[in-house]
Structure formats: structure tokens, C-alpha cells
Design a protein around this ligand. Structure first.
Ligand code: PHE
Length: 341
């Protein structure tokens, strides 16, 4: 029996020394020291020993158990330490490697100005309306007092979809006026930004697609004074307190009287320069008092209600605002250009 114990000690010790993982080590503990392990199996034979041998063997067995347990424990510590070291090594971070920079984009200058315009009008009690870019000629022209045969309806200016010219890409945001008058409760106080389309060749100031912001106010007792005050406020909020505006008589079929609004050139202060093409003024928008015929066409009693409307060119606003000299830059989406704003 002594031999059995010594053999057990020898083989188990070398197995423990060679164990290369915690799992293997745990397996060895069960194999040698577990309830059904090899040491227990040997101890079961104690009954067959003489009364003198029994305590001696008992003591030897205890010694073997203790030295096995402590070897296993030592080995466990050693293996755990190794594992930790390996993990630390594999997770080492080289803080000197340059990081990956995250490129954050910027708001497009058109959007910057549009958001400002929206804020200014929302602050004055306007809401934002939307209308379709594919429009009926009826809304783009007829309801707006632009009858068939009017030069504004010419095929050379307008993208029509159909041979009978009844469906088109809207040439202005003004048809939104008609939609809003037909569907919204009075009084009306809206702006409506969006794309418009005209058959223009691309150059520094023209594009077949551009943006307008339509405005419409209909209520009892609205006057040209309200129109002037509102548009003057818009220009001062956008371009600064000192901004000077000029209201110049003009003609639009859907407003009467009509005007165009210019801002004094801030490059030259009105003297005339490259930016304003020697004019001293820069044309920014068209406006006027809504024509009674338009009110009636859209089901509003023109003897009770009056209103004003305006259409601002968003690109013009943005180009003045950021001193952009060529319209094409606004659409090319070259980040070297866009990242300046
Ligand atoms: N729709 C006109 C244009 O495109 C602008 C405008 C809008 C004029 C509203 C008067 C009233 O030129």
C-alpha cells in the first residue's frame, strides 16, 4: 500500500507540473483527490491492514493528500498569473499610433440661409407650407391670373410633361399660394420654400433648377405697408440693421400693385461696383398685393380680404450673404468650396 501511495504521489506530481491550463489542472484534482479519485480508492483498502500499519498508512495518505493539494494550488497561481500576463500582452494599446479622424460635414450655405429665413418668419408668426414640384398649368399659371397665351407660359421657358401643356415642372413657388388659399382656413400667413425649374442655360447666374421661398399673407385689412415692413425686417435680420432696401414698381400677373425689392450693395454701399454690376443695388425678390382675381379664383372674397405675396430667390440671398460670385459653385458640391462656410 505504501508503494501504491508513493506511485500515486510520483505520477500525480509530474502530471501537475506539466499541466498547461486551469482546466487540465482541475481535471487532475478530480482524478487524484476527488470523491471517486485514486487516493480515495487506495484508502478504501485500509480496512485490510493490521492495527499497527493502519495509522502509519493513514498518516502517509494524509501527507500525500496535503502535498498534492498544495502543489495543485501553487500550480493554479502560476497558471493564473501566466494567463493574466498573456492577456495584458495581447491587449496592449499603442497610444502613439495616430488616430482615425472623423470628418464632420457642414451645412450647405443654401440650407444655412434657408434655416435663417425660416426662423425669421416663424418668429413673425408664419407657418411653413409645402407644394408639389410637378404641377398643373392651372395652378402654376391660370389661377395666378396668367391665362393661356401669356408669354410666361411659353414652351421655351417651361418644362412641360404633356403635349397639351397641362402638366409641368413648376416655374415658381407661387402655385403654392393657390393650394394654400384653397385648403387653409383664413387668415393665412405662410412661407413655402422649394425647387423651381426653368429652361435656362447654366452660367454664373442661371441654372435650370433653383430655389424660391414663397410668402403669402391673407387677412382683413392687409396693406402694402405690412408687406414693406415684413420684407424690410427680413433683410435687416439677414444682412444686419444697417441694410437699406428699395421697393421698385414692377409687373406680375398675380399681384397688383407689384414691386421688386432690391438691397443696397454692401460691397460698395450703393456707389456701383463689380458685385452689383455698377447698379449700386441688388435685386432680391418680387412681391405685391395679391390680385383680386387670384383671390376669387381660389374662393376668397376679395371685397372682404386682402393680402400680399412675395417670392425670394434663395440662391441670390445665399450668394449675397456669403459673397459667392458664381452660382455653379453652389451646386457642384465640391467639399473644398463647401467647407469654407
Ligand atoms: N413668382 C415670382 C417670380 O418667380 C415672384 C413673385 C412671387 C412675385 C409672389 C410676386 C408675388 O418671379
Amino acid at each position: 500500500m505504501k508503494k501504491l501511495l508513493q506511485d500515486l504521489k510520483e505520477t500525480s506530481m509530474s502530471a501537475i507540473t506539466n499541466a498547461d491550463s486551469i482546466d487540465v489542472l482541475e481535471g487532475l484534482r478530480v482524478k487524484y483527490l476527488g470523491k471517486k479519485g485514486e487516493l480515495t480508492a487506495i484508502l478504501k483498502q485500509m480496512g485490510a491492514l493490521s492495527a499497527e500499519d493502519r495509522p502509519v498508512m493513514g498518516q502517509l495518505a494524509n501527507e500525500v493528500r496535503e502535498s498534492l493539494s498544495s502543489s495543485i494550488e501553487e500550480k493554479r497561481c502560476e497558471l493564473e498569473e501566466k494567463m493574466l500576463e498573456a492577456r495584458l500582452r495581447s491587449e496592449t494599446i499603442d497610444v502613439t499610433i495616430p488616430g482615425k479622424s472623423v470628418e464632420v460635414g457642414k451645412k450647405h450655405p443654401l440650407n444655412t440661409v434657408l434655416d435663417e429665413v425660416k426662423d425669421i418668419f416663424v418668429g413673425m408668426g408664419f407657418t411653413i407650407a409645402e407644394g408639389p414640384e410637378i404641377e398643373f398649368a392651372d395652378y402654376n399659371f391660370t389661377k395666378l391670373n396668367t391665362e393661356e397665351g401669356h408669354p410666361a407660359r411659353d414652351r421655351s421657358d417651361t418644362f412641360y410633361f404633356t403635349d397639351d401643356d397641362h402638366l409641368l415642372l413648376r416655374t415658381q413657388t407661387s402655385p403654392v399660394q393657390a393650394h394654400v388659399m384653397e385648403t387653409q382656413e383664413l387668415p393665412i400667413r405662410i412661407i413655402s420654400p422649394g425647387r423651381v425649374y426653368r429652361k435656362d442655360e447654366v452660367d454664373a447666374t442661371h441654372s435650370p433648377m433653383f430655389h424660391q421661398i414663397e410668402g403669402l399673407v391673407i387677412d382683413k385689412g392687409v396693406t402694402m405697408g405690412d408687406l414693406k415692413g415684413t420684407l424690410d425686417t427680413l433683410m435687416k435680420e439677414l444682412y444686419g440693421e444697417g441694410t437699406v432696401t428699395r421697393f421698385r414698381p414692377h409687373h406680375f400677373p398675380f399681384t397688383e400693385p407689384s414691386c421688386e425689392v432690391d438691397v443696397q450693395c454692401f460691397e460698395c454701399g450703393g456707389k456701383g461696383c463689380r458685385v452689383c454690376k455698377g447698379e449700386g443695388w441688388i435685386e432680391i425678390l418680387g412681391a405685391g398685393m395679391v390680385h383680386p382675381k387670384v383671390l376669387e379664383n381660389c374662393g376668397i372674397d376679395s371685397s372682404v380680404y386682402t393680402g400680399y405675396a412675395f417670392g425670394v430667390g434663395l440662391e441670390r440671398l445665399a450668394m449675397r450673404r456669403f459673397d459667392i460670385s458664381d452660382l455653379r459653385l453652389v451646386y457642384e458640391n465640391d467639399v473644398r468650396f463647401l467647407s469654407q462656410f
